[in-house]
Design a protein around this ligand. Structure first.
Ligand SMILES: [Fe+2]
Ligand SMILES: [Fe+2]
Ligand SMILES: [Fe+2]
Length: 288
């Protein structure tokens, strides 16, 4: 069974309820296929049919909401949703060999659940959050004019402190790398600007991996109960970084800057949300 745990909650009730339902469809299939004499071919067909229908309805709701709120991620989400539906359709069309139907069901279910976890944790988690995170960061900085110097979302302020020194240091470094990328993106007439940005994005991916590995090792050492949820979130974010297509960005003419600005807003927004919601709890656990 795949538990729909709190780390998957986006805070939007309808979206969360629908995600829970998607998990339920998959879990029903897990239960059915573990029964003796299970007809795995039928389980597979009916699960895919149910999921296809429900996912299409859910994606439409999500996209409608994002459209209403002018969410900058809408285009990307649309693409991800469409590619998932396409994949499910392909699976539905494929012939299933009766003799290894059990294997096929297993593969199908693990693909579906992995896609869901990754998509929810990397993309859906940020639906409706970016604007308020932007506003919060300007509020926080208001007192200290030093920090607010254009730092905005990219400023590492005290509210991010978990109290675990190496974690805070590594988070600060992540913010620094992202701020550097952000500044370059905004800079006009810079020689080799594009190459420099790509270079920093590579550095960001590398340092993110390094940080997540450190954090996970630490959580393991202290027996932190939410390690698995943290690992899932980290993996989802790394996947998002890996997916950044440098060739695609290079080929953009007019909207390269806009694309990169939105990308950086999203990345720093995701990290902010993750630190405040998840990493803070590691610090609280240690203090207890
Ligand atoms: Fe989505
Ligand atoms: Fe972290
Ligand atoms: Fe974390």
């Amino acid at each position: 069974m795949y538990e729909f745990t709190d780390d998957c909650l986006t805070g939007n009730k309808q979206i969360d309820d629908e995600h829970r339902m998607l998990f339920q469809i998959i879990n029903e299939a897990v239960a059915l296929s573990s029964e003796k004499d299970a007809d795995n071919v039928i389980i597979m067909k009916s699960t895919l049919a149910k999921l296809r229908d429900y996912a299409a309805t859910h994606f439409a709701h999500e996209e409608e909401y994002m459209e209403k709120t002018s969410d900058p991620e809408l285009a990307r989400q649309r693409m991800e949703h469409a590619s998932f539906v396409k994949k499910v359709d392909e699976m539905r069309g494929a012939d299933i060999d009766e003799s290894n139907a059990q294997e096929a069901v297993k593969d199908m279910l693990s693909y579906l659940i992995k896609w869901l976890y990754t998509h929810i944790l990397s993309s859906d988690m940020m639906i409706g959050k970016l604007e308020s995170l932007k506003n919060e960061s300007t509020d926080v900085c208001e007192g200290s004019k030093e920090d607010s110097k254009d730092g905005g979302m990219f400023a590492f302020t005290d509210r991010f402190r978990t109290g675990i020194e190496f974690v805070d240091d590594e988070h600060r470094k992540l913010f620094e790398i992202m701020a550097e990328a952000n500044e370059l993106i905004k800079a006009d007439f810079l020689h080799d600007k594009y190459d420099k940005i790509m270079h920093i994005l590579e550095e960001l991916e590398e340092y993110t991996r390094h940080h997540f590995a450190d954090e996970e090792e630490y959580m393991e050492q202290i027996g932190y109960p939410e390690l698995e949820a943290q690992k899932r979130a980290h993996a989802a974010f790394v996947e998002r970084l890996v997916e950044i297509d440098f060739n695609d960005i290079e080929a953009m003419d007019n909207n390269q800057q806009e694309y990169l600005t939105e990308l950086m807003d999203f990345l720093v927004g995701w990290l902010t949300n993750h630190i405040l919601k998840a990493d803070m709890k590691i610090g609280e656990y240690v203090k207890r």
